[in-house]
Design a protein around this ligand. Structure first.
Ligand code: R5P
Length: 288
């Protein structure tokens, strides 16, 4: 039985189809005081031996909902429970940056571990986050799925450059290039001055008249991508695509990108947004 969290309904459905498994329809509600409520009526009537919860956790409520779904399934008697976290919130607070701070990723991982046998993470910000869980963790990478929409362009990419905004994301750019089958890779140097203030130091890669695909794991506030697009525009790049696994798109991210002159913004369905044009289901299904 595949059980979706409210933020992962399309991905869970795609997984159920791919795996030819039952898709449970949970009940999502909210009490008058704001508390969330999530239940799995189907597990109460016909308890499966094994269940897979699929729940992105981009917010506090999403985390609580995931804990409730896990607990409901255990309460119903599910013996083997796998938790797929397509996008793991708080994963970027994975260390104490200033004295007195929490390791939020660890706190969340411990809570999620209490009612599951195994966890699957999709392209986590840092793979080392797996160490925070008390159960076995499988990591899958959905980066190569980002090549799929490029194959369907009306005007195919011509001599593309696959670029990452910093050296930490160069593997992602390479994965997309390899899956696309042609093109160069390079990376910019990024400095983050504050939560939303980012500056980008361009590389020497020739971009004039060229199609560029900027790849990153997350587009959050959009500052990283918008700065990168602006730099490329100044240097005469032709079409500029921004591709990410997790299209968080917080605050005015989308507008920032449009204002910077992006050709297209797209991502996978690890977070369900209007730009989630390609599914991570095949890579998750493989590991399940
Ligand atoms: C950071 O290292 C990540 O890989 C992303 O570059 C970052 O989360 C993007 O954030 P924003 O969209 O707020 O610039």
């Amino acid at each position: 039985m595949i059980v979706p969290g409210s933020r992962s309904q399309a991905l869970a459905a795609a997984l159920a189809t791919t795996l030819d498994d039952t898709l449970a329809v949970p009940e999502f509600d909210r009490f008058p005081d704001g508390e969330t409520f999530a239940a799995v009526p189907a597990a109460g009537t016909d308890t499966p031996e094994r269940a897979v919860v699929v729940a992105a956790t981009p917010s506090n409520d999403a985390y609580v909902e995931l804990l409730q779904l896990q607990d409901a399934l255990r309460e119903a008697g599910v013996e083997s429970l796998v938790t797929v976290i397509p996008y793991m919130g708080y994963a970027r607070q994975d260390k104490v940056f200033e004295p007195g701070q929490p390791i939020s990723a660890r706190a969340m991982a411990r809570a999620v571990s209490t009612s599951t046998d195994r966890v699957v993470l999709v392209t986590p910000h840092e793979p080392a986050v797996r160490e925070f869980f008390d159960v076995p963790v499988d990591i899958v990478d959905a980066a190569d799925r980002l090549a799929v929409p490029l194959a369907g362009l009306d005007t195919p990419l011509d001599d593309p450059l696959f670029l990452s905004p910093d050296d930490g994301a160069i593997d992602l750019a390479r994965a997309v290039r390899d899956a696309h089958g042609a093109g160069d890779t390079d990376y910019f140097e990024k400095t983050r001055h504050s939560g939303t203030e980012v500056s980008i130091e361009p590389s020497d890669a020739p971009v004039e008249g060229r199609d560029v695909v900027i790849t990153d794991d997350i587009i959050a506030t959009g500052s990283t991508m918008a700065e990168s697009v602006a730099v490329l525009r100044e240097r005469g790049a032709d079409r500029i695509f921004t591709a990410c696994v997790h299209p968080l798109l917080a605050r005015a991210a989308r507008t920032k990108l449009e204002a910077a002159g992006v050709e297209r913004v797209y991502g996978t369905d690890t977070l369900e947004r209007d730009v989630s044009v390609v599914s991570a289901a095949p890579v998750v299904a493989d590991v399940l």
